[in-house]
Write a protein that binds this ligand. Structure first.
Ligand SMILES: Nc1ncnc2c1ncn2[C@@H]1O[C@H](COP(=O)(O)OP(=O)(O)O)[C@@H](O)[C@H]1O
Ligand SMILES: CC(C)(COP(=O)(O)O)[C@@H](O)C(=O)NCCC(=O)O
Ligand SMILES: [K+]
Length: 256
């Protein structure tokens, strides 16, 4: 079975793929200090809790945090007796081209999203991923990653507002009923929610205009369903887009 690991700047997700479906998905915070032994205790405990007996014999990793990869490599080697495939490393082949400025290190999550989007929906895509940062990945007609947009993530924006302004509390993002807030929290929620809706609509419109062609927009990431309530820009919502891309990349590299 395949263990697919998607490590973002905030959370690290482990999913077990049996070749047909994901048996379970486990989430932990991203910390580069976490050792291979710590990962394994956490992993084993939760698998036992869910009653899953998984024989892992392959590992594929996408990490936006380079420092965590070392301990994940040790985990693969020590506990699963295999060498992990790490997206973005020279020995990991991708089924799509990457057409960006020479020397650019594209976030592996964005490459994986591109592969997944192209596999599921073909080319001419905009993939919006709500993570620590909100990324817009642009996929050409032939599946190539051709660049995109990086915007501050929703929670990062709220955190920055709270940290920079003494009178603004820490709040969670929700959809306010009205645009005009009549108290501090409602005003902040409106700024972030409707501001973000404007950002999503504006950036997708401008990408489409710049490309001069019809494009499908796929949304992914935990906050995507919330923003779907404020915009009709998303054609599809995919919860497991990155995980799906990791399985496609694993298959592609098996094929020799
Ligand atoms: N369903 C959700 N509802 C509310 N906040 C969420 C949800 N999913 C993720 N978040 C928040 O969004 C931010 C980004 O999380 P995540 O998508 O795991 O980012 P990354 O992939 O960059 O690690 C975090 O602050 C997380 O707490
Ligand atoms: C833009 C990102 C920080 C998003 O990461 P995430 O929100 O998933 O943690 C990551 O894709 C990254 O570090 N990219 C490198 C620069 C680039 O993609 O061009
Ligand atoms: K992201």
């Amino acid at each position: 079975m395949l263990l697919a690991i998607d490590c973002g700047n905030t959370n690290t997700v482990f999913s077990i793929w049996d070749g047909t479906r994901f048996l379970c998905t486990l989430r932990t915070s991203t910390e580069h200090q976490r050792t291979a032994d710590q990962y394994f205790v956490w992993f084993k405990t939760l698998l036992a809790h869910h009653g899953i007996d998984a024989k892992i014999n392959a590992v594929v990793i996408s990490s936006t945090v380079p420092r965590v990869v070392f301990n994940l490599r040790v985990l693969s080697d020590r506990y699963f007796n295999c060498r992990p495939l790490v997206v973005g490393k020279p020995d990991c082949r991708l089924p799509v081209d990457v057409r960006v400025d020479a020397g650019t290190q594209v976030g592996p999550d964005r490459l994986v999203n591109t592969v997944a989007g192209y596999d599921l929906y073909g080319g001419d895509l905009i993939i919006v991923d709500f993570g620590t940062a909100t990324t817009f990945d642009v996929v050409d007609h032939d599946g190539a990653y051709i660049g995109g947009v990086i915007a501050p993530g929703v929670n990062l924006s709220l955190q920055a507002l709270h940290e920079a302004a003494a009178a603004l509390p820490h709040i969670d993002v929700t959809k306010p009923d009205r645009v005009i807030g009549t108290n501090t929290v409602d005003c902040m929620q409106s700024g972030v929610f409707w501001g973000y809706v404007g950002l999503i609509d504006g950036i997708c419109e401008r990408i489409k205009a710049e490309r001069g062609r019809a494009m499908k927009v796929i949304a992914t990431g935990g906050l995507a369903p919330l923003f779907q309530q404020g915009t009709d820009m998303f054609d599809m919502f995919e919860d497991d887009l990155t995980m799906h891309g990791l399985t496609v990349i694993h298959e592609h590299n098996k094929e020799g």
